[in-house]
Design a protein around this ligand. Structure first.
Ligand code: 7TS
Length: 420
């Protein structure tokens, strides 16, 4: 049986949430109605601490220049900052070398990079790719596009009623000689933390390679790509205190070396003739054109920020908040929560309220400054599986307090009153 994450957290240090909140200027502002912002939408994007905002500001104020192309002071400084951030990110997920860290725009682009470069070079008609029923659209649509183009087969590990993956179903699919298993480490709706180590080991035993969608795991858990033995691992900066516009594809260097480039242009080449080119070495082979330099630097600052807090401490804080939120939400008659119990999930509570559309719930909560998201959260097939079009979703991060959860709960009681 898989060992679930929270049983592994030993002696975490409590986060000083009051102090942390002072780092996030946005948490001090009020809505137009004069309400304090209760930000419960970090699964969509996290807020940004001053340390990240200042790192990007400083780059533009002091060191702005294009990278890799100049020998002047500013170009060298900018290049060192951009590459320094890559080193920090490599260390953060314990990659063997920063050559395995490819800057992309976001998780979505990272997955598409694998689908375009690795998959188009390695998959042919009839080849099987295994996904799960809980995937975000960004880990479904690229494979559906490849299916239409190449005739690959797609199969999906079932999600059980309690929000966990059906690993017996997975074992049966592995008998069919899959080439790739691509799955989310943590669901953005159910919050389920999937047993990634086991899923990857089983895939390897069956001869498949693995791609992990880490959009929700890297911001919230301590992730070690080498301990997981993941072949590819994708995540976004903006969900982990960093800026929008930058993400990472981690890949084992042997795989990345063998892959054709994705986008063509400047920086990704060693040499260009009128009719041919030689691609650059890793990681630059996959980074065509002027990249998001300020964003990479901001990403490095975000990694420093989270590392200083300690990822195990962050996970423990979120676990405490989530357990409290589930307990309080379950008290409310008519509320149905989706996903597993708190010890098997991250800081997400997706729910429905009987007789009220999730969008109405979100809109009424917003009147009191409580920011939750409503909709299918880019996981439409998962909602279909549970027979609902949408949920309201509250999500938690390092700055979330129990008082904010109480505000959410009070707000839901108010919604119930309004709808009789
Ligand atoms: N995978 C998962 C599990 C996600 O939660 C998201 C974004 C993505 C991939 C895509 O990330 P992006 O940075 O490329 O956009 N999830 C959400 C969400 O839950 N609400 O808004 C975005």
């Amino acid at each position: 049986m898989p060992v679930y994450f929270f049983t592994l957290l030993l002696n975490p240090m409590p986060l000083n949430v009051e102090q942390i909140r002072k780092d996030f200027p946005i948490l001090e502002r009020e809505t137009q109605r004069g309400k304090r912002i209760i930000y419960l939408d970090s699964t969509a994007t996290s807020q940004k601490p001053v340390q990240v905002i200042e790192a990007m500001n400083n780059y533009y104020r002091r060191s702005n220049a294009n990278i890799h192309r100049g020998v002047h002071t500013l170009a060298e400084e900018a290049t060192a900052m951009y590459e320094g951030a890559r080193e920090k990110i490599a260390k953060f997920i314990n990659a063997a070398t920063s050559r395995e860290i490819i800057y992309t725009r976001n998780t979505t682009e990272s997955i598409n990079l694998v689908a375009y470069s690795w998959a188009r070079a390695n998959l042919k008609a009839g080849d099987l790719v295994i996904l799960t029923e809980m995937e975000h659209h960004s880990n479904l649509v690229p494979w559906q596009m490849l299916q239409a183009e190449r005739g690959i087969q797609l199969e999906f590990i079932s999600v059980l009623e309690d929000g966990l993956l059906d690993l017996d179903d997975y074992a049966a699919l592995l008998d069919r000689n899959p080439k790739l298993v691509s799955f989310t480490h943590m669901s953005n709706v159910l919050g389920t933390i999937n047993p990634a180590t086991d899923i990857i080991r089983m895939a390897h035993d069956a001869g498949a390679i693995t791609l992990v969608d880490g959009a929700q795991s890297v911001p919230h858990l301590s992730v070690d790509v080498r301990a997981l033995n993941a072949d590819f691992y994708a995540f976004s900066a903006h969900k982990m205190c960093g800026p929008t516009g930058i993400g990472i594809l981690y890949g084992k260097s042997a795989l990345l070396e063998a892959m054709p480039p994705f986008l063509g242009g400047g920086d990704m080449i060693k040499e260009v003739k009128l009719r041919s080119f030689r691609p650059n070495t890793l990681p630059h082979k996959f980074e065509a054109g002027t990249p998001a330099i300020a964003e990479a630097i901001g990403f490095g600052a975000a990694v420093d920020y989270l590392s200083n807090l300690g990822m195990d401490n962050i996970a423990a804080h979120e676990h405490e908040i989530t357990a409290y939120a589930l307990e309080r939400l379950e008290e409310i008659p008519g509320v149905k929560i989706f996903g597993p119990a708190a010890d098997k999930k991250g800081g997400v509570a997706a729910f429905t309220l009987e007789g009220v559309h999730p969008h109405d719930v979100a809109q009424i909560l917003d009147q009191d400054g409580v920011a939750v998201r409503a909709g299918h959260h880019c996981a439409q097939p998962l909602h279909e599986k549970f027979g609902i079009p949408a949920t309201s979703r509250a999500s938690f991060y390092i700055y979330t307090t129990k008082e904010e959860v109480d505000m959410l709960v009070n707000g839901i009681y108010k919604v119930k009153e309004m709808f009789g």
